[in-house]
Design a protein around this ligand. Structure first.
Ligand code: C5P
Length: 231
């Protein structure tokens, strides 16, 4: 499968989203809507994207009891989203209920699981009473999610190679990407789009390097060229 580029619409209002969509090139087929924008505007925020025939990655990181998550998956699917996130730490029953709910939908979204938030450190793990390493935990939770019927995982590009080896058919969504000369911002372990593709990523999430570029069209073209360079 040819890897896809997803642009993260990390803006606070529909007005700013519309302004961003006007500036961004048509070559972008996928957009990610996260909690900030979805909480501000509700499901209506997805309409401008659907009008433009864009694919939607709804990043709500669902984590609750199985029934609640299953119903949220069905509701999200009814809004026409293509990719939806859940937390692997919700456990097998929650993951299986989410996967089953998705399968029952008319237009089933693909579900991808967050294994470990990148903001968590080994100290947080100690607080939780978890003794294995962050990377072992990611692999174990990845296994739990995929064996529960979830379609893929959200991962740093640095762990994508190991996950691709372990889960050959999974979707692998990699954020935290920068061009070699790009500003890193608050991201800690960045990688280039080419590296993410070389490690087996299926979907690359990019926000600020495109949204805040002076010329978003040429920034996007450079990222696509970098992705293609290793195919
Ligand atoms: O602007 P930037 O390219 O850093 O944006 C990356 C996007 O991916 C943001 O929406 C961020 O919340 C998301 N993300 C991330 N790291 C994760 C999970 C999601 O950067 N581990």
């Amino acid at each position: 499968m040819k890897p896809a580029l997803i642009v993260a619409l990390d803006v606070p209002t529909v007005e700013e989203m519309e302004a961003a969509l006007t500036r961004l090139p048509d070559t972008i087929e996928w957009y990610k809507v996260g909690l900030e924008l979805f909480c501000a505007e509700g499901p209506a925020i997805l309409e401008p994207l659907k009008r433009r025939n864009k694919k939607i990655f709804l990043d709500l990181k669902l984590h609750d009891i199985p029934r609640t998550v299953a119903n949220a998956v069905k509701t999200a699917a009814s809004h026409g989203v293509n990719l939806l996130t859940v937390h692997a730490i919700g456990g097998r029953a929650m993951l299986e209920a989410a996967a089953e709910a998705a399968r029952e939908c008319k237009n089933p979204p693909k579900l991808v699981a967050v294994t470990t938030l990148t903001s968590l450190s080994q100290d947080d793990f100690t607080d939780f009473g978890i003794i294995r390493s962050v990377s072992d935990q990611a692999l174990a939770l990845g296994n739990l999610a995929i064996s529960s019927g979830i379609d893929g995982l959200v991962t740093s590009a640095h762990e994508a190679g190991a996950l691709r080896k372990a889960f050959p058919a999974a979707l692998l969504i990699t954020p935290g990407l920068r061009m070699p000369d790009g500003e890193v911002g608050d991201q800690k372990r960045v990688a280039t789009p080419a590296f993410a593709v070389s490690q087996g990523a299926s979907h690359l999430v990019v926000g600020r390097p495109i949204l805040q570029a002076e010329d978003p069209s040429s920034a996007t073209a450079m990222i696509f060229a970098d992705m293609r360079s290793v195919l």
